[in-house]
Design a protein around this ligand. Structure first.
Ligand code: PHE
Length: 354
């Protein structure tokens, strides 16, 4: 090998090293780096070929050229090691970053333990209780299944009384036929309370009721009432009217009023239906209130002396009033719900609004 050949080898080794180094630096992932290593340092690489070509050189030139190629390979291997470390570090960073994003996704987008809240009817029941408690009433509850005595007879509705048809009743298959019912209203809780407690009584009694009815936009077969009962000395119809108006203003707002229309209930005399200003049109008249400007919300009246007698309270000493609100109807009026049946459907997109 001549000096010229050695110089030529020098140039070849430098070019090979430059190209190989560029390929190593260009690798953006550890996988790409592995491919680059095979390409520039592997058996079929230009460098390996140059090594094989050394065989054709004379011994001196071979030694010199061999050293150059060997040194070049060593520098390239160091470069590969450095690049591998660099890529591994940045890939680890990217993975951690990715994990962090995943965690964020779990907590904000698809949390399997989403937090629930009370159903609108329960919220409404509590809000109504709060208003009456603030007015000095206590809260009492009673059973959902009742004997005929509590649901009807003690309330001045004897067997075969025509007024029974006001309540389409579900009977339970217990005891004698038609003696145990799912309560059709909360009025039987009045009877329990008056049996257990001597007057004066100022109580509200919320709870679930059942009627054998086909549900429609304003009626459900399973619904909720809030019964009110006051038994005291010298209680008059004016106390009843004032209590209802105070409640309505507190719960629905100062622009919503009550009016009483004559009605019939066996357990109250006189009796009335409670209507409030339609909350949808504020009294102007709309479809929801059949253009009357008023919507029925409750039944009420002065406790019939026959009821006092059934529970052993002296009607010459005590007088009282009672009312029964539809809790679901209150929710409907308060929140402008067109069709009550949504309360039963467990449609989360509806329920989550409240
Ligand atoms: N219990 C009656 C009903 O469900 C409502 C009512 C309660 C009426 C109290 C008067 C007094 O229809």
């Amino acid at each position: 090998m001549t000096v010229g050949e050695t110089e030529a080898m020098d140039g070849v080794a430098a070019r090979l090293e430059r190209d190989a180094a560029a390929a190593i630096r260009a690798a953006e992932t550890t996988e790409a780096l592995a491919d680059a290593v095979t390409a520039v340092l592997g058996k079929r690489s230009a460098l390996a070929r140059a090594h094989r070509d050394l065989a054709g050189l004379d011994p001196n030139a071979r030694r010199e050229a061999g050293r150059m190629l060997h040194d070049a390979r060593q520098r390239l291997e160091e470069l590969v090691a450095a690049r591998r470390e660099e890529l591994a570090a940045s890939e680890r960073r990217a993975m951690l970053e990715g994990d962090r994003l995943d965690l964020t996704e779990v907590t904000t987008v698809a949390s399997p333990i989403a937090r629930g809240h009370l159903h609108l009817v329960d919220q409404t029941q509590r809000a109504l209780e709060d208003v009456f408690v603030a007015m000095g009433f206590t809260v009492a509850e009673g059973p959902e299944s009742e004997t005929d005595w509590y649901n009807f007879e003690a309330l001045n509705i004897p067997p075969a009384h025509p007024a029974r048809s006001m309540w389409d009743t579900f009977y339970l298959d217990l005891g004698q036929p038609e003696t145990v019912v799912l309560r059709t209203h909360t009025s039987p809780v009045q009877v329990h309370l008056m049996e257990e407690q001597a007057p004066p009584i100022h109580a509200v009694m919320p709870g679930r009721c059942y009627r054998h009815e086909t549900p429609d936009a304003r009626h459900l077969a399973t619904f909720h009432q809030l019964e009110g009962l006051v038994v005291d000395k010298g209680i008059t119809f004016a106390d009843l009217a004032g209590t209802l108006e105070t409640f309505t203003n507190a719960y629905f707002g100062a622009d919503i009023h009550t009016r009483l229309r004559p009605a019939y209930f066996p357990f109250t005399e006189p009796s009335a239906e409670v209507e409030i200003t339609c909350t949808i049109c504020l009294g102007a008249g709309c479809r929801t209130c059949s253009n009357t400007g008023w919507v029925e919300l409750a039944g009420c009246g002065m406790v019939d002396p026959a009821v006092f007698e059934a529970v052993g309270i002296d009607p010459t000493e005590w007088t009282g009033f009672a009312f029964g609100f539809g809790i679901d109807r209150c929710a409907q009026m308060r929140h402008g719900i067109a069709d009550l049946r949504v309360l039963d459907e467990n449609e989360l997109r509806f329920l989550r609004q409240f």
